[in-house]
Design a protein around this ligand. Structure first.
Ligand code: WTA
Length: 667
């Protein structure tokens, strides 16, 4: 039995069930009948959900699937995402309502932004972008910390119809440059730096690096708009750099928004694929907004008048886009946005924030939950978390222990009939919206299971032949029908879009995840089945890290695997073969550990600190099949300190011994 199937059979014996609390069930936004109404009239269901938005012109057709896999939703309609997220709430008399309780990393740095404030700020930013020559259709890159200007800029882009691409602040200059280049962004919005555990850390230097790299080429950057956040010293390039306060502050708060076509591009979000080149996932306007606002309202049972919602994701990832910006703001929610890390300046900072703002709905990732588990319940126990009425999880499988801890310690459960619902939500950058999740007023909670597809979504688990597997078996997670917030393509690469997601079985979207249906038919998502790792809920490509390692002059060959890690879910483990000259040099100078450090830093420089391997093992050979394919399964056995599995398909079966003896000798 492999490790994975052993874990599986343990998971399948999960017998704990938690019924929805009676009062929540009675007043829940979505009831049981939603499933039937969606399956009886799929398009009618999604037409009804679209009514929650404000349209310029209504659509003629809900779904155009005439040319699969290229979907068009709400065709003939026009809409503006920023108007839906901002103006219409002000127009409805909710201008004084807080949209964002922004909490900075430095302790006294906080700001409440009402919907009226948000309208003014977004309009000023829109006018500023126009003054820099940004027009509808132009791309704008955003490389900012979790500060309000990030949301203002995203919505200003949406208002203008200039697709944004937000690049996570942890990415390097090279990674930023390749994204800016791929989507041809002509403006980058950034800041001097951001705060990380009490200390300012620079962002502008990476932008300078990216701008220099692209200078003179086809994708040269015309303007860099810089928010002054930390006040640290920055290099200044007169020809492109402009301070935000100089360009934005004096702008008018009026801007007349144009209604864009339903399928107008809203943003591109880059994500790791199975090759070295990240994929630019394209989301368009109307369907994305319907999908995110409906699911945000349904899965979190959002009551915008009374709830205080908090999604802890960074806006540099899709969760920040769908469930911090577009979903919640389209729904007129009040939410918390926090700049810092959970443990700075103290370990209980998140719980202080929950207590202070009376957070009612809390959405985070299993990796954070596992970190808190390790720190012990004494920390959250010092805070009054009783305002919380719903908990969500996203980004990676939540193991039953973490689920139970979350439910009991954060959700206040002291038995099977108390506590708040936990919704384990499965989705991807590509799906744009939550696809598989319990509905809190309807579905039982089952530790570790995302349960079933939401109303209007058709998910299944299939075998190699693409046939639906019976309950109690595992296979590949797929989606059978298009959905409103689905990616429309990979930016500039329709063929890769088809090949990556739609080619494995006819007319079926392959998510890249393995999953299992338990005896009740509920879905357990088990993780990636391709060469993508999931480290702390962040997707990283093995190939991308391998390429980074091989680009170092001392490295001849590299293989990377994601090894199970107690806290981060998976961790990056690299096996590296050195070039002859480097081997001799390292031996002579006794520099093995320095070299490992040098290689780790090299990966950080090429991709970003998030991709730094936890472990780099220098080995004499890599295990390969006769056709030259690296057998990562065997390397994973080494990285996880397990007995080595079946080596019969290796071209040279002594390689594993060589690797292991080399490693034990070096430790
Ligand atoms: C994984 C994040 C198990 C999965 C929204 C997916 C999950 C990838 C879950 C997408 C979950 C996300 N249970 N696995 N609830 N949620 N994943 O694009 O492997 O950053 O394919 O989107 O994360 O990661 P992405």
């Amino acid at each position: 039995m492999t490790e994975q199937s052993e874990t599986l059979s343990n998971l399948m014996h999960e017998e704990r069930r938690f019924a929805p609390p009676a009062d929540l069930a009675a007043s829940a936004n979505v009831k049981e009948d939603a499933y039937a109404s969606a399956s009886n009239d799929f398009e009618g269901f999604w037409a009804e959900q679209a009514e929650r938005l404000t349209w310029g012109t209504k659509w003629d057709r809900v779904l155009d699937w005439d040319n699969p896999p290229f979907a068009k939703w709400y065709t003939g309609g026009t809409i503006n995402a920023a108007v839906n997220c901002v103006d219409r709430h002000v127009d409805a008399g909710n201008g004084d309502k807080v949209a964002i309780h922004w909490v900075g990393e430095p302790e006294d740095d906080a700001r409440d932004i009402t919907y009226s404030d948000l309208r003014d700020e977004v309009n000023k930013a829109t006018n500023a972008l126009i003054s820099l020559g940004v027009k509808k259709g132009d791309r704008v890159a955003i490389y900012l910390p979790m500060i309000p200007e990030c949301v203002f800029t995203m919505l200003a882009c949406a208002r203008l119809g200039a697709p944004h691409t937000v690049v996570f602040g942890g990415f390097s200059a090279d990674a930023l440059a390749s994204r800016v280049e791929d989507c041809g962004a002509k403006v980058i919005v950034t800041s001097d730096g951001g705060y990380r555990r009490g200390a300012p850390s620079g962002l502008k230097p990476a932008v300078d690096g990216a701008v220099a790299k692209l200078a003179g080429g086809d994708a040269a950057v015309e303007h860099v708009l810089v928010v002054r956040r930390t006040g640290q010293e920055v290099d200044w390039n007169e020809s492109v750099d402009k301070w935000w306060h100089d360009v934005v502050d004096g702008q008018s708060v009026e801007h007349e928004a144009e209604m864009h076509d339903s399928e107008h591009p809203l943003y591109v979000m880059y994500t790791s694929g199975t090759t070295g080149k990240p994929k630019g996932i394209l989301h368009t306007t109307a369907g994305y907004l319907v999908g995110t606002s409906y699911t945000h309202w349904a899965v979190f049972d959002l009551k915008p008048e009374t709830d205080v919602y908090w999604c802890t994701a960074d806006v540099g990832w899709v969760t920040g886009h769908s469930y911090m910006v577009y979903g919640p703001l389209a729904n007129g929610a009040t939410q918390v946005m926090y700049e810092g890390t959970p443990d700075s300046p103290r370990k209980g900072r998140w719980w202080e924030i929950v207590e202070k703002y009376g957070v009612t709905i809390f959405y985070t990732a299993p990796t954070a939950i596992r970190t808190f588990m390790k720190q012990g319940r004494e920390i959250p126990d010092q805070h009054d978390l009783s305002s919380i009425r719903l908990l969500g999880s996203v980004g990676e499988p939540i193991n039953p222990e973490a689920y139970m801890w979350y439910r009991e310690v954060i959700g206040g459960a002291d038995g099977p009939d108390s506590g708040v619902p936990v919704v384990d939500t499965w989705w991807q950058t590509e799906t744009g919206q939550i696809m598989i999740s319990p509905l809190p007023g309807v579905t039982h909670g089952k530790p570790g299971s995302a349960m079933k597809a939401l109303p209007g979504i058709e998910a299944d688990v299939v075998n190699d032949q693409g046939e639906s597997v019976p309950n109690g078996s595992g296979g590949y997670l797929i989606l059978r029908k298009p959905w409103p917030a689905m990616l429309r393509t990979i930016w500039g690469d329709d063929q890769r879009f088809k090949d990556t997601y739609w080619s494995r079985w006819p007319d079926v979207y392959f998510a890249g995840d393995g999953a299992k249906k338990d005896e009740d038919g509920d879905i357990w998502v088990l993780g990636r089945v391709d060469d993508v790792m999931n480290v702390s809920g962040h997707r990283l490509s093995t190939t991308e890290i391998e390429s980074a390692l091989v680009s170092h002059p001392k490295v001849a060959e590299a293989a990377v695997v994601g090894a199970t890690d107690e806290t981060t879910g998976q961790a990056v483990c690299a096996f590296v073969i050195l070039r002859e000259s480097a081997v001799t040099e390292a031996d002579e100078n006794g520099e093995g550990s320095d070299l490992v450090q040098e290689l780790r830093n090299h990966v950080a420089k090429e991709i970003g600190a998030i991709a730094k391997p936890r472990q780099i093992m220098i080995v004499p050979e890599l295990p390969k099949t006769r056709s030259g394919k690296i057998m990562r399964r065997l390397l994973r056995d080494v990285a996880e300190n397990r007995e080595i599995g079946d080596v019969t398909t290796l071209a040279d079966s002594s390689v594993m011994q060589m690797i292991q003896s080399g490693l034990s000798g070096s430790s």
